[in-house]
Design a protein around this ligand. Sequence first.
Ligand code: 5GP
Length: 113
Amino acid sequence: MSDCIFCKIVNKEIPANIVYEDDQILCFHDVSPQAPVHVLLIPKKRIVSMDDVQEEDKELMGHMMVKIKEIAQILGLENGYRVVNNCGEHGMQTVGHIHFHILGKRKMAWPPG
Ligand code: 5GP
Protein backbone atom coordinates (compact mmCIF):
# COMPACT_ATOMS: atom_id res chain seq x y z
CA MET A 1 0.00 0.00 0.00
CA SER A 2 1.28 3.46 -0.90
CA ASP A 3 1.39 6.30 1.63
CA CYS A 4 1.08 8.76 -1.24
CA ILE A 5 -1.92 11.01 -0.66
CA PHE A 6 -2.64 11.40 -4.39
CA CYS A 7 -2.48 7.60 -4.88
CA LYS A 8 -5.12 7.40 -2.15
CA ILE A 9 -7.27 9.86 -4.08
CA VAL A 10 -6.76 7.80 -7.27
CA ASN A 11 -7.79 4.66 -5.36
CA LYS A 12 -10.81 6.50 -3.85
CA GLU A 13 -9.48 5.82 -0.34
CA ILE A 14 -9.84 9.50 0.45
CA PRO A 15 -12.38 11.82 -1.15
CA ALA A 16 -11.73 14.56 -3.66
CA ASN A 17 -13.89 16.87 -5.70
CA ILE A 18 -13.23 15.37 -9.13
CA VAL A 19 -13.44 17.49 -12.28
CA TYR A 20 -12.23 15.00 -14.89
CA GLU A 21 -11.23 11.34 -14.87
CA ASP A 22 -10.27 8.75 -17.45
CA ASP A 23 -8.27 5.53 -17.36
CA GLN A 24 -4.91 7.37 -17.20
CA ILE A 25 -5.41 10.68 -15.41
CA LEU A 26 -7.43 12.42 -12.71
CA CYS A 27 -8.20 16.09 -12.10
CA PHE A 28 -9.63 17.33 -8.80
CA HIS A 29 -9.99 20.57 -6.85
CA ASP A 30 -7.07 21.57 -4.61
CA VAL A 31 -7.95 21.38 -0.91
CA SER A 32 -6.27 24.77 -0.34
CA PRO A 33 -7.12 26.88 -3.41
CA GLN A 34 -4.80 29.74 -4.34
CA ALA A 35 -7.20 31.20 -6.90
CA PRO A 36 -11.00 31.15 -7.38
CA VAL A 37 -10.41 28.01 -9.49
CA HIS A 38 -7.49 25.77 -8.52
CA VAL A 39 -7.37 22.14 -9.60
CA LEU A 40 -4.64 19.50 -9.74
CA LEU A 41 -4.08 17.27 -12.75
CA ILE A 42 -2.26 14.00 -12.02
CA PRO A 43 -1.45 10.74 -13.76
CA LYS A 44 -2.96 7.71 -12.04
CA LYS A 45 0.46 6.10 -12.33
CA ARG A 46 2.71 7.49 -9.62
CA ILE A 47 5.65 9.44 -11.01
CA VAL A 48 7.29 11.30 -8.12
CA SER A 49 8.25 14.52 -9.89
CA MET A 50 9.08 16.10 -13.24
CA ASP A 51 12.61 14.95 -12.55
CA ASP A 52 11.45 11.32 -12.64
CA VAL A 53 9.64 11.35 -15.98
CA GLN A 54 10.98 8.57 -18.25
CA GLU A 55 10.89 7.97 -21.99
CA GLU A 56 8.13 5.40 -21.39
CA ASP A 57 5.96 8.20 -19.88
CA LYS A 58 5.91 10.28 -23.07
CA GLU A 59 2.42 9.26 -24.13
CA LEU A 60 0.98 9.71 -20.64
CA MET A 61 2.55 13.15 -20.25
CA GLY A 62 1.32 14.14 -23.69
CA HIS A 63 -2.17 12.93 -22.80
CA MET A 64 -2.20 15.25 -19.79
CA MET A 65 -1.07 18.22 -21.87
CA VAL A 66 -3.76 17.61 -24.48
CA LYS A 67 -6.50 17.31 -21.81
CA ILE A 68 -5.70 20.63 -20.09
CA LYS A 69 -7.70 22.70 -22.56
CA GLU A 70 -10.70 20.37 -22.16
CA ILE A 71 -10.47 20.71 -18.36
CA ALA A 72 -10.17 24.50 -18.72
CA GLN A 73 -13.39 24.46 -20.75
CA ILE A 74 -15.16 22.37 -18.10
CA LEU A 75 -14.05 24.94 -15.50
CA GLY A 76 -15.08 27.95 -17.61
CA LEU A 77 -11.59 29.40 -17.86
CA GLU A 78 -12.27 31.18 -21.14
CA ASN A 79 -10.11 34.17 -20.14
CA GLY A 80 -7.02 32.04 -19.65
CA TYR A 81 -5.34 30.26 -16.82
CA ARG A 82 -1.95 29.30 -15.40
CA VAL A 83 -0.44 25.80 -15.39
CA VAL A 84 2.23 25.19 -12.75
CA ASN A 85 4.47 22.28 -11.88
CA ASN A 86 6.55 22.49 -8.72
CA CYS A 87 9.53 20.14 -8.85
CA GLY A 88 11.68 19.15 -5.89
CA GLU A 89 12.91 21.15 -2.93
CA HIS A 90 13.64 24.45 -4.67
CA GLY A 91 10.48 24.13 -6.74
CA MET A 92 8.60 23.88 -3.41
CA GLN A 93 6.97 20.57 -4.28
CA THR A 94 5.15 19.20 -1.22
CA VAL A 95 3.42 16.10 -2.61
CA GLY A 96 5.62 13.42 -4.22
CA HIS A 97 3.26 12.48 -7.04
CA ILE A 98 3.71 14.62 -10.14
CA HIS A 99 0.90 17.13 -10.62
CA PHE A 100 0.04 20.20 -12.61
CA HIS A 101 -1.77 23.02 -10.87
CA ILE A 102 -4.36 24.72 -13.10
CA LEU A 103 -5.31 28.11 -11.68
CA GLY A 104 -7.82 30.57 -13.01
CA LYS A 105 -10.67 33.07 -12.63
CA ARG A 106 -8.29 35.82 -11.57
CA LYS A 107 -5.41 37.64 -13.23
CA MET A 108 -2.10 36.10 -12.13
CA ALA A 109 1.03 37.97 -11.07
CA TRP A 110 4.46 37.50 -12.60
CA PRO A 111 7.20 36.71 -11.66
CA PRO A 112 6.17 33.98 -9.21
CA GLY A 113 7.62 34.09 -5.70
P1 5GP B 1 2.81 21.14 -4.45
O1 5GP B 1 3.12 22.04 -3.30
O2 5GP B 1 3.40 19.76 -4.24
O3 5GP B 1 3.12 21.71 -5.79
O4 5GP B 1 1.23 20.99 -4.46
C1 5GP B 1 0.54 20.10 -3.66
C2 5GP B 1 -0.89 20.59 -3.62
O5 5GP B 1 -1.68 19.54 -3.12
C3 5GP B 1 -1.12 21.78 -2.69
O6 5GP B 1 -1.66 22.86 -3.44
C4 5GP B 1 -2.07 21.25 -1.64
O7 5GP B 1 -3.02 22.20 -1.24
C5 5GP B 1 -2.70 20.07 -2.34
N1 5GP B 1 -3.14 19.00 -1.47
C6 5GP B 1 -2.40 18.42 -0.47
N2 5GP B 1 -3.11 17.44 0.11
C7 5GP B 1 -4.30 17.38 -0.54
C8 5GP B 1 -5.45 16.55 -0.38
O8 5GP B 1 -5.53 15.65 0.47
N3 5GP B 1 -6.50 16.79 -1.22
C9 5GP B 1 -6.45 17.76 -2.18
N4 5GP B 1 -7.54 17.90 -2.95
N5 5GP B 1 -5.38 18.56 -2.35
C10 5GP B 1 -4.32 18.37 -1.54
